[in-house]
Design a protein around this ligand. Sequence first.
Ligand code: URA
Ligand code: SF4
Length: 210
Amino acid sequence: MLPGVSAQDFVPDGGGLAGLRKAAADCRGCELWEAATQTVFSAGPAGARLVLVGEQPGDQEDRQGAPFVGPAGRLLVKAVDEAGIPREVIYRTNAVKHFRFTQAGPGKRRIHQTPELRHITACRPWLVEELRVVDPEVIVCLGATAVRALLGPSVRVMRDRGELLTRETSLGAKTFLVTVHPSAVLRADDQDAAYAGLVADLRIAAAALT
Ligand code: URA
Ligand code: SF4
């Protein structure tokens, strides 16, 4: 099989989340698996009502093999709590499942690199299958990469954030909410205002849960 085509060739038929997680560990759907430590799949129950979709694992996530365990993840958990969303109804995942980074030399710090459209497209079959299995009430796109993966170029984070968007998808009509990525909050000049904006958006998503 040619490498670097798409994750589709690695997605199993059936097997639920556990089957997807196991198969994703061996994905070679693009070149990002090579330099990364491991596939970072997801966290949360199959019965979750709300899905948070991030960009890609960061340095900590790559080392630990779990999503949102680094600084941005901690900020996100705090924001979710503050928005009144019970943690146990949340499934957390990323648009791209391997850490993309540059490194100047051995022992040098690994610098996050934004995934390109081809990585997002290659990895998308995992996300689609996760959403099929979990079948949440609301899908929250955290930042531009998640938006590119699920909503396409007509949706803009800063213009369209904080509104419930209903879209016809291959999985039927789905409700989406777009907001900023937690690492954008960490980078913001006014962190308090950026954090308050994230919490306000998450409250809109919370209110949409039945
Ligand atoms: N940023 C993300 O988008 N996802 C993670 O899992 C961690 C940081
Ligand atoms: Fe597969 Fe996605 Fe990793 Fe690429 S980034 S190898 S498509 S899991």
